[in-house]
Ligand binder design. Structure first.
Ligand code: 3Y8
Ligand code: NAP
Length: 260
C-alpha cells in the first residue's frame, strides 16, 4: 500500500483585491513587497485612479455572474474586498460570487467613526434622510459626499452648498447656489479647517466612511465647533471583516515576515 506523502503547499496565491480605499492601496504595497501575484480592481469611477504597484483592472465585472466567471477564468485563489463601506453592491456581489465559486474571501475595511468629546453629530440613516434633515432655514452646507448623490440635494435648493468632487463633472450640479472644489483625498485637518472657514460653513454633511483618508473634515468640524450630519453605513452582507493589513496578510499566510 503506497504511503501518501503530504501534498505540496496549496497553489501559490493569485489574489483579486477590490480597491478604491487607502486600505486597498496599503495592502497592494504589502503584496507587491512580498512578490505575491495580485490584481487591484477599480470600478472606473474616477478619471485618473491612483497608480498601484500591482497590475490594475478597471470596470465592472457584470454582476455576481460576471465576477464568478472572472474568478474562475483567472483562477483567483483569494478575493479580498477592500472597497469602501458604502460600496454595498460590490460587497454583496463579492460575498455571493466567492460562495458560488468556493473562492477564499475576506473583507478589509475600517470601523465606523464614533463621536468623541466636542463632536456635534446628528445621525441619519441614508442620503434621503440627510436631504430631509436640511428642511430648515438657509445655511452654508458642505456636502462632503462626492458626486454620485449630489443631485438628491436639489430638493433643498435654498442652501449655499460647498461641494468636493474627485473630478470636474461633465455637467454642473443642479444646485442654484454652490461652489465646487475638485480635490482627492486623503485630506488633512489644517486644510479642511481652512476650507470650512473660507466658505463660512455652518454644517458638514458626510458618510460614516471610517478610516483616516476622510477623517480630516471631522477633526476640522470639531475644531470649529460645527455640527455634522453623519450618514450611517448601509446594511451590508455578512462576511468575515478585518481592519488591518497585518490580519489580512496573516489570513493569506504571508505575515511571517511581519513578525506578527
Ligand atoms: C474610484 C480611486 C487611495 C484611496 C483614497 C478612503 C479615502 C481618499 C475620502 C471628502 C470625502 C468620498 C469619495 C472619498 C475618499 C479616499 C480614497 C476616498 C470621499 C477614490 C478613487 C475612486 C473613488 C470613488 C469616489 C466616489 C465618491 C467617493 C469622493 C482613485 C479617489 C466622497 C466618499 O466622481 C465620482 O464618481 C466619485 C465617486 C465613489 C463617492 C460619491 O458618491 O461620489 N469615492 N475615490 C474607485 C473606483 O473606480 O473603483 O481615483 O485613486 C478613492 C478614495 N476616496 O488609494 O488613496 O479610503 O476612503 N471618496 C466618502 O467617504 O464619503 C471624499 O471629500 O471629504
Ligand atoms: P457599488 O455601488 O457598491 O457598486 C456598483 C457596481 O460598480 C458594482 O456592482 C460593480 O459593477 C462596480 N464596482 C464597484 N466597485 C468595483 C471595483 N472595485 N472593481 C470593479 N467593479 C466595481 O460601488 P460604489 O459605491 O460605486 O464604489 C465604486 C468604487 O469607488 C469602489 O472601488 C469603492 O471602493 C470606491 N469608493 C466608493 C466610495 C463610496 O462612497 N461609495 C467612497 C470611496 C471609494 P458590476 O456589477 O458590473 O461588477
Amino acid at each position: 500500500m503506497p504511503t501518501i506523502v503530504s501534498q505540496a503547499a496549496s497553489t501559490t496565491p493569485n489574489i483579486l483585491l477590490l480597491g478604491g480605499t487607502t486600505q486597498a492601496s496599503a495592502l497592494a504595497e504589502a503584496l507587491a513587497a512580498r512578490g505575491l501575484r495580485a490584481t487591484l480592481s477599480y470600478a472606473g469611477r474616477t478619471a485618473h485612479p491612483k497608480p498601484q504597484p500591482i497590475p490594475v483592472r478597471v470596470g465592472g465585472f457584470g454582476g455576481v455572474k460576471g465576477l464568478a466567471a472572472y474568478l474562475q477564468r483567472e483562477r483567483v485563489t483569494h478575493l479580498i474586498d477592500a472597497t469602501h463601506p458604502f460600496a454595498a453592491t460590490m460587497r454583496r456581489n463579492a460575498v455571493l460570487a466567492a460562495a458560488e465559486t468556493g473562492t477564499a474571501h475576506i473583507v478589509l475595511t475600517r470601523p465606523p467613526w464614533r463621536a468623541v468629546e466636542g463632536d456635534r453629530w446628528r445621525h441619519v440613516a441614508d442620503i434621503p434622510a440627510a436631504v430631509d434633515a436640511l428642511s430648515g432655514p438657509p445655511q452654508r452646507v458642505m456636502l462632503a459626499l462626492g458626486r454620485m448623490h449630489v443631485d438628491a440635494f436639489a430638493a433643498q435648493p435654498h442652501h449655499a452648498y460647498l461641494l468636493r468632487f474627485v473630478d470636474l463633472p461633465e455637467t454642473l450640479p443642479d444646485l442654484p447656489r454652490h461652489v465646487l472644489v475638485v480635490d482627492r483625498g486623503p485630506f488633512d485637518p489644517a486644510s479642511d479647517v481652512a476650507l470650512l472657514q473660507t466658505h463660512a460653513i455652518d454644517l458638514l454633511v458626510c458618510k460614516n466612511a471610517g478610516g483616516s483618508g476622510a477623517s480630516a473634515k471631522l477633526i476640522a468640524a470639531r475644531t470649529l465647533g460645527l455640527p455634522v450630519l453623519m450618514i450611517d453605513r448601509p446594511p451590508v452582507s455578512a462576511a468575515a471583516e478585518v481592519y488591518d493589513i497585518g490580519t489580512a496578510l496573516r489570513w493569506l499566510g504571508h505575515a511571517a515576515d511581519l513578525g506578527v
